[in-house]
Design a protein around this ligand. Structure first.
Ligand code: ARG
Length: 455
């Protein structure tokens, strides 16, 4: 493509090192759509004749059909997807094909392709997130009323509803949904027409190509545009956040499926056995999901590192943007669809979870709040309950198991109504503050989520 200026052909080692077609070929559909829109615009501006436009569009369609049929041969010596398609077009339709690249550079071309690809990925991941959100809401509805220990520092803290815990993930993935939509909105401006980096002297119409390709408008500064990969970094940041959420969920599923916790049963179809220990059922899939978070975080760090220190505008370093983005998008999509499917097959061991709430003095805060309602200052109540808990620990009993007489040794204001707050049910159902775990609040939250998702 640049033979005119050169006296040597490309070194084979250079060719292998610099090619990108082995991975950017997957952008072919966007590249062809971008070229068609560009050709239509050139024809409208009189730079291509109607016949040339027809030939270009037909040629590009034929190439697309060949790629889809798997009969198109991508050639490494043609470096990238853009030059492979352009060269094939020229071979197919002759001189008209050679006119297509007027008023355009691979710098704006690659940005168009990449943004269109990312736009589709934002939509796809958005839908997959909805699938995960739906799975959480279904699970929360199905298990409504079931109780479990809530943890801080991974120490039993206060009893909560299982559905409240599940809806915490619903909230996390809902924020992620918003982040993806936001990322898509910000990236959806067309780079086409920025050419190499300074714009072009040819009479092009950026508004026309932007509209044809579904962009909301076009970018304002050609220099910014040819060196900009903020949108890819933003996409990777959002992917990282989502995968972090998947990882935390995976960690809880791993913990909860141990015999030590025994809170949850993962579906057999998402577990593996051991080649030596016949009794084992290992939560490999969720462990892998936790592990694959490293790849996604790594992809973000890779691109941050590529971008750091790049002068304006386009630098070939930017070609290193694609593999991390493709890898992160593929990894995340797979994880999201698997987790939605897995959640549908999860069951909880209600008895184990509820009985875990009846040890460890988990209603200590409730006792303190009870004393506050009876007029004690909270700090004094905290100390009183602390002494009561120490007594329980020595006696190996739970707060709810103490007799009224025993309780009154610690505070004279305690009466029989104390047992209403010392039980798990009493504790959970007293927490009706907005956003709390009380059944009324959680029922409202499930209903709101169902409405939001149209369940
Ligand atoms: N394959 C290149 C990339 O992915 C396309 C743009 C190349 N532009 C250039 N001037 N070398 O970034």
């Amino acid at each position: 493509m640049w033979g005119g200026r050169f006296r040597e052909t490309t070194a084979p080692s250079m060719e292998a090192y610099s090619e990108s077609v082995s991975y950017d070929a997957r952008l072919y559909k966007y590249d062809i759509a971008g070229s068609k829109a560009h050709a239509e615009m050139l024809a409208a501006g009189g730079i291509l004749s109607e016949q040339e436009l027809k030939d270009i569009v037909a040629g590009l369609s034929a190439i697309e059909a060949e790629i889809e049929a798997g009969t198109f041969r991508f050639r490494r010596e043609l470096e990238d997807v853009h030059m492979n398609i352009e060269k094939a077009l020229i071979e197919r339709i002759g001189p008209a094909g050679a006119r297509l690249h007027s008023g355009r550079s691979r710098n704006d071309q690659v940005a168009v392709d990449f943004k269109m690809y990312l736009r589709d990925q934002c939509d796809l991941i958005g839908e997959l997130l909805d699938g995960v959100r739906r799975a959480f809401v279904r699970l929360a509805r199905k298990n409504i009323g079931m109780m479990m220990p809530g943890y801080t520092h991974l120490q039993r803290a206060q009893p909560v509803l299982v559905s409240h815990h599940l809806l915490a993930y619903y909230e996390m993935f809902s924020r992620d949904r918003g982040r993806m939509a936001d990322c898509r909105r910000r990236l959806n401006l067309s780079p086409l027409g920025c050419a190499a980096m300074a714009g072009t002297g040819l009479p092009i119409d950026r508004a026309m190509t932007a509209a044809a390709l579904g962009f909301d408008g076009w970018t304002a500064n050609s220099m910014d545009t040819s060196g900009d990969r903020d949108y890819a970094l933003e996409f990777l940041s959002v992917c990282t956040m989502i995968h972090l959420h998947l990882s935390r969920l995976a960690e809880e599923l791993v913990l909860w499926s141990t015999s030590e916790f025994d809170f949850v049963n993962l579906p057999d179809r998402f577990c593996t056995g051991s080649s030596i220990m016949p009794q084992k059922k290992n939560p490999d899939i969720v462990e892998l999901m936790r592990g694959k978070t490293g790849r996604v975080v790594g992809s973000l760090i890779t691109l941050i590192t590529v971008m750091k220190g790049l002068p304006l505008t386009y630098n070939r370093d930017l070609q290193e943007d694609k593999e991390p983005v493709f890898d992160a998008a593929d990894t995340l999509s797979a994880g999201l669809s698997i987790i939605a499917e897995l959640l549908d097959g999860v069951s909880f061991n209600a008895e184990t979870m509820e009985s875990a709430t009846r040890s460890g003095c988990m209603t200590a805060t409730d006792l303190a709040d009870y004393l506050v309602l009876k007029g004690e200052p909270f700090r004094k109540a905290h100390a009183t309950v602390g002494r009561t808990v120490a007594y329980c620990v020595d006696a190996g009993r739970d707060l709810s198991e103490l007799t009224l007489e025993e309780l009154r040794q610690f505070s004279q204001v305690i009466d029989k109504d104390v047992y209403e707050v010392l039980t798990t049910e009493g504790s959970v159902n007293s927490r009706i503050s907005a956003g709390g775990t009380g059944l009324v609040r959680v029922e409202e939250a499930v209903a709101a989520a169902e409405e939001e998702l149209g369940i």
